[in-house]
Ligand binder design. Sequence first.
Ligand code: ADP
Length: 283
Amino acid sequence: MMYRFRFDELKKDDPAYIQKVENINDLKRRKDTQYIGEGSIFLLVILIGAVFVYRATRKQFRLSRQQQNFLMAVTHELKTPIAVTQLNLETLQKRKLDEQQHQKIISQTLEETSRLNELSNNILVSSQLEAGAYELNKQRINLSDLVKQCAANFSQRFPKRNLILSVLENIFCEVDDILFTMLVNNLLENAVKYSPAEKDIQLKLFSKDKKTWLLVADEGPGIPANERKRIFQRFYRIGSENTRKAKGTGLGLYLCKKIAEDHNGRIEVGDHTPNGTVFTVIF
Ligand code: ADP
């Protein structure tokens, strides 16, 4: 409209008529280019914004679904050991059992309470670490002894599982022993949960390239490559709550990663030959 008005204003008998028409056309072209440029930039900004909003919403959605799964799992995980413990104690109170049955019930109850203890430790420590409220208590300790102690507890809790232990003696490190014990126990527990009962589990501690290596290997089905990053996220569990057989909360590996990082290290997951999973902590 504005250009038409300018054209109308021109006098055809003006000697500079052609020049002026050219100028108006030139101005129009430049303005058009400017509008297209600005429009494209706005569009791009809106698109980038939309992508960010979409990703944030998707992440939030995934997290809230995982949290729901976590709540369901925790409720279940809490109820089972409490119910079993209660039943066992009632049995002991009401019936006269022979020594063998008595011992069996006591060790079953102990196993349930230690699972309950482990679960509440995982929940407590992970929320403290997440909030930055956990005070690391690092001390120079004999890590070889700590790992051997974890192995001894493991063999007591899972006497039927074959644990192949290979620990280099007298590796001294600055660690928080409570957290480090949790790290080893979580990896061992996963190896038990996610591999067949008759298969071996390996636990190694050694030094290489001036670093300390902790390795837990099992002969289970392994972890698909596309899941390997996500398994370390808080509450993340492979599959859905309905199809999973193993009990869990999705906190174990999240904690392991946090603990490794708090010890200036990292955790990696790889394939075990011929099949299975190897978790390696290098620090
Ligand atoms: P969970 O409480 O489910 O065991 P984790 O954080 O310890 O939570 O593990 C996350 C997921 O990683 C598990 O749900 C399981 O699917 C997978 N996973 C962990 N360890 C192993 C393993 N040794 N072999 C196969 N899958 C594993």
